[in-house]
Design a protein around this ligand. Structure first.
Ligand SMILES: [Zn+2]
Length: 278
């Protein structure tokens, strides 16, 4: 794991500008205004007008996503795709990422690709000068992100959107360890097969309890990791993993299977390994 040196705080400002520029670029609009569809299977129509079927292996796997529908082309032509390997960051600096997550109701769905938790309004992620509201979190087994080529057994992607529909993701890596009580609420409620969102009666989920104590992050600009692979997504991945028991990780994997998109080329993108600034 990288031990970040404390440099100046000048990183936050350029990154904020960078995100604004991305949001205004012609590459970004596909991700705008569609936060709920981030991992919903994205029902882009095929030639017969039905939803496009995509998978994590075989003929409709990641190597073919860009050819499955016109709307998925960025999966193969994009130069700012996710996930990426996070091992070798270009620079280190203070990245001001803060969360103000609140306990609330929990809706859980299974979209055939992952388990997803939808959150009520009221939880906020700040990244530099930008603020985003928490919309949903979902899981990948193993983690899509690798560190020097090595994945963690699981990652949760907390997906946020700003007032204009720009997306920011906070990735939380899971390692095998102690039982995770907050995660258990999700596992107990998760539909075993494809099912629409359902409010879980009598359960309060505190998303803050799924975060590491230190929010030093890797930071880069990327994309959705599922079709349509839209770019303009502001990525943060916490350097400190959180624990879940082997049985919990296995329980989630039993539902979602191997659903990690392979690592994508950096194409010269800046990867910052940061300190939390707290
Ligand atoms: Zn994801």
């Amino acid at each position: 794991m990288i031990k970040p040196a404390r440099f100046t705080s000048l990183i936050a400002a350029p990154l904020a500008l960078c995100a604004s520029a991305l949001a205004a670029s012609p590459q970004a609009p596909a991700a705008k205004g569609k936060p709920a569809a981030v991992h919903s299977g994205e029902k882009a129509p095929d030639h017969a007008g039905g939803p496009v079927h995509w998978t994590y292996s075989g003929a409709t796997g990641p190597d073919s996503w860009g050819d499955l529908a016109d709307g998925f082309r960025q999966c193969k032509t994009g130069h700012m795709q996710s996930p990426i390997d996070l091992g070798a960051s270009d620079i280190q600096g203070q990245i001001n990422v803060r969360t103000a997550y609140r306990p609330g109701t929990m809706s859980v769905l299974n979209n055939g690709h992952t388990i997803q938790v939808n959150f009520p309004e009221g939880s906020i992620l700040s990244s530099g000068i930008a603020r985003y509201k928490l919309v949903q979190a979902h899981f990948h087994t193993p983690s899509e992100e690798t560190i020097y080529g090595v994945p963690y057994p699981m990652v949760a992607h907390f997906v946020h959107t700003d007032y204009a529909g720009n997306l920011a993701v906070l990735g939380v890596l899971f390692e095998e360890g102690a039982h995770n009580p907050e995660l258990d609420k999700i596992i107990k409620a998760a539909p075993r097969s494809e099912a629409a969102a359902r409010l879980v009666d009598g359960v309060t989920l505190d998303p803050a309890r799924l975060l590491p104590s230190d929010l030093a992050v890797w930071r880069y600009d990327g994309s959705l990791t599922t079709p349509p692979c839209s770019e303009g997504v502001r990525w943060h991945v916490a350097m400190q993993p959180v624990a879940a028991s082997a049985a919990q990780i296995a329980a989630i994997h039993a539902i979602i299977g191997d659903n990690a998109r392979p690592i994508q080329p950096r194409h010269g993108r800046l990867l910052v390994g940061g300190t939390s600034g707290q």
